[in-house]
Design a protein around this ligand. Sequence first.
Ligand code: TLP
Length: 349
Amino acid sequence: MQALIDLRSDTVTLPSPEMRKAMADAELGDDVYGEDPTVNRLQDLAAEMMGKEAGLFVASGTMGNLVALLAHAPRGSEVILGDESHIFHYEQGGASVVGGLVYHTIPTNPLGDLPLDKIAAAVRDPSNPHYALSGVICLENTHNRCGGTVLSLDYIAQVRELATANRVPLHLDGARLPNAAVALGVDLKTAVASFDSVQLDLSKGLAAPVGGVVVGSKEFIHRAHRARKMLGGGMRQAGTIAAAGIVALEQMVDRLAEDHEHARLLVEALIEMPDVQIDPATVQTNLIVFRLNPERWTPSQFITAMREHGILLGGFGDDRLRFATHYGISRADIDTTIAAVRQVLRTRP
Ligand code: TLP
């Protein structure tokens, strides 16, 4: 049987041979005592690459965002974030459940940015006792549900100004920050210079098997570290997996350009096809979010038909579908996918 071409997500990536070797050879200790040299090395490397004082290894992107929100925002304060953000949609309201925080959502523009006037209006007047305090503002780069779109440095700088003027910290859900940096043609440090804290996933496009890193000031990381322990994220000999994270940061960032090129080739073919509805302006990195003519296809019919051709793709539970290109996908896989989409769409004359 032919192997499946799995375009559901970049989370399906398997570790590179270099990662497997680094994992086998990793020097280990008990990280709850702060004694795992490999975890410490990963945390220092992540902090250095993102130009922050300190880093923290976390089990997942969800845990990274949660510890960051808990570290920034006092109980009862508000998390200002987009209504299309991953934190709002897919993280089970963790900041409310665990931290007593309130989500204050703002409408998201189609390319993933939040209107500046809406952010400004969401920030509360701290002198008025009717209001909750504003605890943290969150952006997402690249933006998942908007199709892997990239926020410009200029836009981010404007949000920074607003956050500074209102003394509210600014957090980045940078699950796919490396994709954003590659698309912008800047290093990670430049891409996150405006943020107080960042959560970056090692297990998406960078292909490490598990985990992410959170970076920020020493004081912030101290609080995030306490929150991680409360959540059960003290992982003992975690160097076994952190070792792959080091390889991910050192070797896997630049190659993301290849995934972006594959996405571009795929979208160029898709826009020519009948029944496919897609705004090519949203395809800026490795994600392709699109719709099909609803009179002819439901998303689940299309997913099933593609699976019969050995190709997996995902959806958002509404009328949108998603292809994600990644480390496990070759140029030949893209050609096979294009041919399969053509064939499947032809089955409805
Ligand atoms: N995204 C996953 C699914 O949860 C949807 C995916 O396949 O795209 N922030 C962003 C922007 C994300 O896209 C994700 C994962 C996370 C955070 C959470 O990361 P994990 O899955 O490691 O908890």
